[in-house]
Each structure stands twice: as C-alpha cells, then as structure tokens.
Design a protein. Structure first.
Length: 225
C-alpha cells in the first residue's frame, strides 16, 4: 500500500485549528442544530474557523503579523465571531481585532474585540480607522449577490451589472480603510469573472485603482501601485 502524501503546512495548520475549535466551542458541534456550527452538509462552511484557515483567509503568517504592535485586522460579516475569538486564543491581542456585521448580534459576540454594526454595502464608519488586513469570512458573496448565490443559474447574467456596482462600492470603502501594503481577502462562492473585471474598472474610474486576484471561491485585493 502506498504511503499517504505528507501534509503541507496549510493542511497541518487547518487540522490544528479544527482540533482547537472543538475544545473551545464544544457546544457548537451539533450538526442537527441549525443555529450552531456544522461539521458536514451543504452549509458546513458557515462559522468554522478551520474552514477559513483551510481557504487561506487567515494564515499563520497573518497571525504572527497581527501580534505585532499597532497591527490591526478588520473582519466584516464576522458574526458570531468564532474565528476572531480563536485568533485571540492563538495570541493575537483582542485590541488588534475589530469585528463588524450588519447583524446586531455582533454586539453580543464573546471576546474583548472592538465591534460595530454597519452594512458593508453602505458608507463605512470613519471612526473605525485603518487596517493591515481586511477579511470577509464568507460574507462578501452574500453582500454582493445574496445568500442564495450558489443556486444561481451560471448562464444568467442579468444581475451582473448590479453585482459589479455593489462589489465596487464595497471594495472602494474597504480600500479607503486599507493601509499601504495591506490586503483585502474574501472567501466563499464569488461572482462571475466578468463581474470582477467590471468592478475593477469601476474602482479605477472612482479613483481607487486596485489589483484583484480572483478565483471561484477566493478573492484578494490590494492597492495598485
């Protein structure tokens, strides 16, 4: 029998986080309870920190960076902030993390992180400051295309212009809050590539030139130099 392939660093880290989340959130692992994190099923990605690590939304290198003095993370659509609580367990100071969501429940999330309530598709509060890393944990796809994006007919392009405009608005606001050298990341089922291309052009026209790297389930954005 051939030996299994050795695990890469990302897989090892994701496995470690999966083990840790089971210890930290033992009451959240009942897949029969729709209000809790799920181990399996269509929406198993919903709140699990290990999923976000496995996609590359947060890396070990990010965690070390965020431990440094003055570094800041903004998590948009963070409710109920399980990922951010786990980051604190891994050594990121709570004062370096800012969580936000349009769901008022974000105010009740556990942890000492700063938090606020706002809709990412609108004007972002000036008072939140700037950040070295801005993440959208499975939330950008919902903000741009709705919760049912994964059920959309791939041949239906009728909403592409609206999605491109919304994506440009959200990214324009995020870029205003991104420090030089920083990065914006989002995971989840993303829009058609034409939407991303159109949004990139809209951002440039609006005075926010950006470099967007994109695939079906992951997106990164940096300021264009």
């Amino acid at each position: 029998m051939p030996k299994p392939a050795p695990k890469d660093e990302l897989t090892i880290f994701a496995d470690d986080v999966a083990a840790l989340e089971k210890r930290i959130f033992p009451g959240q692992m009942d897949e029969k309870d729709s209000t809790r994190m799920k181990n399996v099923g269509k929406y198993s990605w919903l709140y699990r920190p290990s999923h976000h690590v496995a996609t590359g939304l947060i890396t070990k290198k990010d965690i070390e960076m965020l431990k440094a003095s003055g570094k800041r993370l903004l998590s948009i659509g963070a409710h109920p902030a399980y990922l951010e609580q786990l980051l604190c367990i891994l050594g990121v100071p709570a004062e370096h993390i800012f969580i936000a969501d349009k769901d008022a429940g974000i105010a009740l999330a556990d942890g000492l992180m700063e938090r606020t309530i706002f809709d990412a598709t609108g004007i972002w509060p000036e008072s939140i400051g700037t950040f070295d890393l801005i993440i959208f944990p499975e939330s950008l796809c919902m903000a741009v295309g709705g919760d049912k994006k994964e059920d959309k007919d791939p041949k239906d392009f009728s909403g592409d212009a609206k999605e491109a405009a919304t994506l440009a608005v959200v990214m324009g606001q995020a870029l205003k809050k991104l420090r030089d050298g920083g990065e914006i990341r989002a995971n989840g089922p993303m829009s058609h590539p034409n939407v991303v291309k159109a949004a990139t052009k809209l951002l440039e026209t609006a005075g926010h030139p950006a470099v967007i790297d994109y695939d079906r389930f992951f997106l990164t954005v940096r300021k264009a130099i």
